[in-house]
Design a protein around this ligand. Sequence first.
Ligand code: LMR
Length: 342
Amino acid sequence: MNTPACPSAVNRRSWLAALAGSAVLPGATAATPRPEITLRFSHVVAEETPKGLAANRFKVLVEQRSGGRISVQVYPNAQLYGDHDEMQALQLGAVDLVAPSLSKFGRIGLPEFELFDLPFLFDDLNAVRHITLGPLGRKLLQGLPRQGLVGLGFFDNGFKQMSANRPLLEPRDFAGLRMRVQASRVIAAQMRALGAKPVTLAFSETRRALAAGVVDGTENPVSNFWTQAMHEVQSDLSLTEHGYLGYAVVTNQRFWQHLQPDDRALIDQALQESLAFANQIADAQNDRALQALREAGTTRVHRLGADQRARLRQAVQPVQQQLASRIAPHWMSDLKQAMRKA
Ligand code: LMR
């Protein structure tokens, strides 16, 4: 896939601002003050994704509202840090903001975040936001200071689909497949329940592993599948909508506490608006990626019938009990109570 040549430094800002859906910043003139604060925002996906666009929107808003006094450097595509080291880099203060998927918090001692990985848990994004924007979401973020971190908010990508070099329509279709997963015990259990072998790999390594045949397939929302060019090495994408992928924006606690109150308020307000922006565009981003995938013609796209989804849902039922054995009982009861109110 030929990605457009990276624009020169001058019009790159316009390109990023356009991607983030905002007016172009006032030209970089001698009047722009040297930044007093530079926020380093590292993430692992392409810029043309909900997370990438949210990060760029955040950059534009912070720099505009601070008059350039606060600068935001966004490092997409795991340019700076990837799945293996972004959280540690944040804890060490080597970066100031990351936005990992909720599937990646279990390995820093917060397995309760894997509630979001339970397959077929959510029927739609409204059901997700009832959790992330409600008391249970706040309670989940309260665990982060134990790790020297502060959770600033949740936002969506969307629902995950399954890909491989064969149609994945029935549980038996997964038998023996090596499926790349995120570092989540729930997602690994999901793949095993389907008869597949979970292989945990960093997101940035996935495309290469698929091309080399190290893994046979994977799962992700279409925006990630498309922007990583996985369609070039996967013949089949099954629209299973079997699980949710979302994010939490996290900062280093010391960094956050040492900001001047006005700067902290400006940054937080810009971030909350950027997360709302991401939630507004997430569905459209995934729809746009699916359309582009269909037009590329490289990958057969399969819609599942209600009976087929029911059989997949039945096959992964055991996963919920396995998670319940790993987290404090109140998390499951809190989740069930919150879902009843949705
Ligand atoms: C993955 O690792 O598949 C995703 O979490 C990548 C992302 O951040 O969307």
